[in-house]
Design a protein around this ligand. Structure first.
Ligand SMILES: *Cc1c(COP(=O)(O)O)cnc(C)c1O
Length: 415
């Protein structure tokens, strides 16, 4: 059956026809038959170079043989125990070993759960109620972080979704990214702030990169006000290098959240931090967190295999950086827009200069992006279907794949 027919059926059974909003490509999304390496094969018989990669987890590409083998081996031994498995110690040891600021980890099933628990933990540790997030920053789809952009730090948060009651976001304040004055002001004016949560690189509207010294200053300011810093490394963890943003930018969080790559493409999340903070988590302490699928063996097996592979092949980060540079070299000559990259994250923004925050991203010409996106798809390249999502590359993208992507950028940007 063709994608259009499948979507017609799906719309009668699944709201909007999709299981997550960003997948609602117009007029209908393509359905995937199978995936391997850098490629998606659709049910319509098209073969696409995938620069979406499940929105980030698949740094080694689809169905990587070593990861598959690790999952297969685990499946033979069962895939849910409801009791501890040795794998959780293996993954915890790798994650804590790679992040100097982190002593302990709790594994959950998604990045959303990880940030939800991290915020609860920050409130439990400090006994304070408010959190600060970055305007346009994404931390999953739970109530406390679904706050309308534009609700500034000085006003109470306004819900960004029907069904989120005002009381639940009233304690969420927002500051623009790359704006230290705004952060300093809101912290000086409020003594009930538990934590500042941010994506070190804004990965869900960009990539929007931190100004030089921004993250170090954020660390200093939050420490000076005795406020916890939660680094949401769900995208950046193992994506910009081993040790993520913590190591790359030399900024030590009190709590960090992970997901995506650390599960090797299977569902996972984790929150982690200093021992004195993490020991407040139940059953060690009074902050409750629990889950049937926490630390599920299949995800842990895929995660351990992926992180071991990254440790064994540290050169891949430079190779991925070279690959996005090859695309950049084509894109920088485009008449309009600005190309932004950070390792294997990249994006062409339809705006004259690279955006520094959410408001500037919103100034992009979304219609020009849509035309570009469609032209790329017609050339066999699948990019995330929004101006406001990051593109990704994987180690499975061959030299020839990169050349194809760069060529397509050339012709589609200059069209
Ligand atoms: C993807 C993402 C999340 C949410 O993770 P899920 O596994 O989709 O729940 C949280 N924070 C950031 C920065 C993300 O990119």
């Amino acid at each position: 059956m063709k994608s259009s027919d499948l979507f017609t059926q799906a719309k009668t059974l699944i709201p909007g026809g999709v299981s997550s909003p960003v997948r609602a490509i117009k007029p209908y999304p393509f359905y995937v038959e199978s995936a391997a390496g850098s490629r998606l094969a659709t049910v319509d018989g098209t073969d696409l170079i995938d620069c979406c990669l499940g929105y980030g987890p698949l740094i080694l590409g689809h169905a990587h043989p070593e990861i598959r083998e690790a999952i297969d081996r685990q499946l033979e031994k069962g895939w849910l125990y409801g009791t501890p498995s040795p794998l959780e110690i293996d993954l915890a040891r790798i994650v804590t070993g790679d992040h100097p600021g982190i002593d302990m980890v709790r594994f959950v099933s998604s990045g959303s759960e990880a940030t939800m628990a991290a915020i609860r933990l920050a409130r439990g540790y400090t006994g304070r109620q408010d959190i600060i997030k970055v305007e346009g920053g994404f931390h999953g789809a739970h109530d406390a972080v679904l706050v309308k952009a534009g609700s500034g730090a000085t006003t109470l948060g306004v819900p960004d979704s029907a069904g989120v009651i005002a009381d639940l976001v009233a304690h969420t304040r927002q500051v623009p990214y790359n704006d230290l004055d705004a952060l300093e002001t809101v912290l000086s004016d409020n003594d009930d702030v538990a934590a500042f949560i941010l994506e070190p690189i804004m990965g869900n509207i960009g990539p929007v990169l931190p100004d030089d010294g921004y993250l170090a200053a954020v660390r200093e300011i939050t420490a000076a006000h005795d406020v916890l810093l939660i680094l949401d490394e769900v995208i950046t963890g193992y994506r910009i290098g081993i040790g993520g943003a913590e190591v790359h930018y030399g900024v030590r969080p009190d709590i960090a959240t992970f997901g995506k790559i650390i599960g090797g493409g299977l569902p996972i999340g984790a929150f982690a931090g200093r021992r004195d903070i993490m020991e407040l988590i139940a059953p060690a302490g009074p902050v409750y967190q629990a889950g049937t699928f926490n630390g599920n063996p299949a995800s842990l097996a895929a995660g351990v295999a992926t992180l071991r592979y990254l440790h064994d092949h540290p050169e891949i980060y430079r190779r991925l950086d070279d690959a996005t540079r090859a695309i950049e070299e084509v894109a920088v000559d485009a008449r309009r827009g600005s190309f932004v990259k950070m390792g294997s994250l990249f994006k062409h923004f339809f705006r004259d200069s690279a955006p520094r925050n959410y408001r500037e991203v919103k100034e992009c010409d979304a219609e020009a992006f849509s035309r570009f996106w469609k032209a790329m798809l017609d050339r066999g390249i699948f990019l995330p279907p929004s101006q406001f999502e990051t593109n990704f590359l994987s180690t499975a993208h061959s030299k020839q794949d990169i050349e194809e992507v760069a060529d397509a950028y050339g012709s589609c940007l200059f069209a």
